[in-house]
Design a protein around this ligand. Structure first.
Ligand SMILES: Cc1ncc(COP(=O)(O)O)c(C=O)c1O
Length: 389
């Protein structure tokens, strides 16, 4: 039914079953670990299909199922699995499809904790990672080996904002039977439809825009088909990755207003980015929705919008100047996350780790998250902070 509706309608209606909850418009928060069965026969029969309906709290409750159903409807996939954080969703994908002796291709622009997991845990378990240039496109074919099992893409990178040619990468991967996973947190399921572009597994750090209020952690893996879902769900169960009832509820509540919030984040970020481009202190703005951005063509082809997260490069390479600017900000908080209602800023350079595609933007980089405040107030805040330089 959801397939024929537009995303903002799906965000409001998906995963709701008032008839199951005495008419309550929102699914209740199920605080439960133990599920009781009426007799042994039922208990044993339900044990043969533990992931259907409620069998044990860790495998999901109606609150979790509602969240999974709603996110899945927006992503356009087969079925989702909710896990306790965005990073848990990423590591779950890696754990599900890689074993000793396998090889994984990961974009050099990857979220740093994902890289840390590959270089630490995967390596220690005999799984080799090759990082690739985010601009590689169909050239990924040359890096695929007989033991390559997974390609992990993220677009844009959440510090450097390079866009990847995901359809080209996915086409080459699929020719060789390799599964493609994507961190789709930046675009959210609203602005990038992963399964239409060849992705097999889409990760959402729901902690960001889906929760949207900086008050809960949550991750989701959405799978293109039933076979992939079975693999991911089995592994999540084996690892004990159940999610908290309150967190699932908060994520679902956030999802209902995602489309309106995201429009505002998008609009404000573009206003700020355009203003920053004109500043004499700024060398470059990194935002794929700007026409002169190197990733703009691909972004326009594959994405239908942008969010509040972007960066800019200062002309100065003097850290003292950048620190003074950041310390002077009053409305932008200094914080590592994004996707909440509040504006944030971080010095970005320390988090940018590259091993194959060098990244020298010509000055120090600041990442901003445009929150839901008035854009004029945010610009005035940036202006007074530039005045402190
Ligand atoms: C792009 C990206 N992916 C994944 C994550 C991880 O999400 P979480 O903090 O919920 O583990 C983050 C968090 O900053 C992120 O920026």
């Amino acid at each position: 039914m959801m397939k024929k509706h537009k995303p903002s309608t799906v965000a409001v209606h998906a995963g709701r079953s008032p008839e199951m909850h005495q008419g309550a418009v929102n699914p209740p928060v199920y605080h439960v670990s133990t599920i009781l069965y009426p007799d042994v026969a039922t208990m044993e029969e339900r044990g043969t299909r533990p992931f259907e309906g409620m069998t044990y709290g860790r495998f999901g409750t109606p609150t979790t199922f509602a969240l999974e159903e709603a996110v899945c409807a927006l992503e356009g996939g087969h079925r989702s699995v909710a896990v306790p954080s965005g990073l848990a969703a990423i590591t779950l994908v890696l754990e599900s499809f890689l074993k000793h002796g396998d090889h994984v291709l990961v974009t050099d622009s990857i979220y740093h904790p994902t890289r840390r997991y590959c270089d630490g845990h995967l390596k220690a378990n005999g799984i080799e990672t090759t990082y690739y240039d985010p601009l590689i496109g169909a050239g990924i074919a040359d890096l695929i080996r007989p033991n390559t099992k997974l390609v992990f893409v993220e677009a844009p990178g959440s510090l450097t904002f390079e866009i990847q040619d995901i359809p080209a990468i996915a086409a080459e991967a699929h020719k060789k039977g390799v599964v493609v996973a994507m961190d789709n947190t930046w675009a959210t399921p609203l602005f990038f439809k992963p399964f239409e572009k060849g992705v097999d597994l889409s990760v959402q750090a729901a902690t960001k825009y889906i929760v949207g209020h900086a008050d809960a952690m949550m991750g989701l893996v959405t799978c293109a088909n039933a076979d992939l879902w079975q693999i991911v769900k089995m592994r999540a169960a084996a690892l004990g990755l159940g999610v908290g009832a309150e967190e699932a509820y908060l994520a679902l509540r956030g999802l209902r207003t995602l489309p309106v919030r995201l429009e505002r984040h998008q609009e404000t970020a573009i206003l700020l980015a355009t203003w920053l481009k004109r500043r004499p202190e700024v060398l470059r703005v990194l935002h794929p929705a700007l026409q002169d951005d190197p990733g703009h063509k691909l972004w326009r082809r594959d994405f239908t919008g942008s969010c509040g997260l972007f960066a800019f490069v200062m002309k100065t390479s003097d850290k003292k100047h950048v620190d003074a600017f950041l310390d002077a900000l009053q409305l932008f908080g200094l914080g590592y996350s994004w996707g909440g209602y509040e504006s944030l800023a971080i010095p970005a350079d320390q988090g940018i780790k590259r091993t194959v595609a060098s990244w020298n933007p010509g000055g120090l980089t600041i990442r901003l998250h445009a929150g839901l405040e008035d854009a004029d107030d945010l610009i005035a805040d940036l202006e007074q902070a530039f005045g402190r330089l």
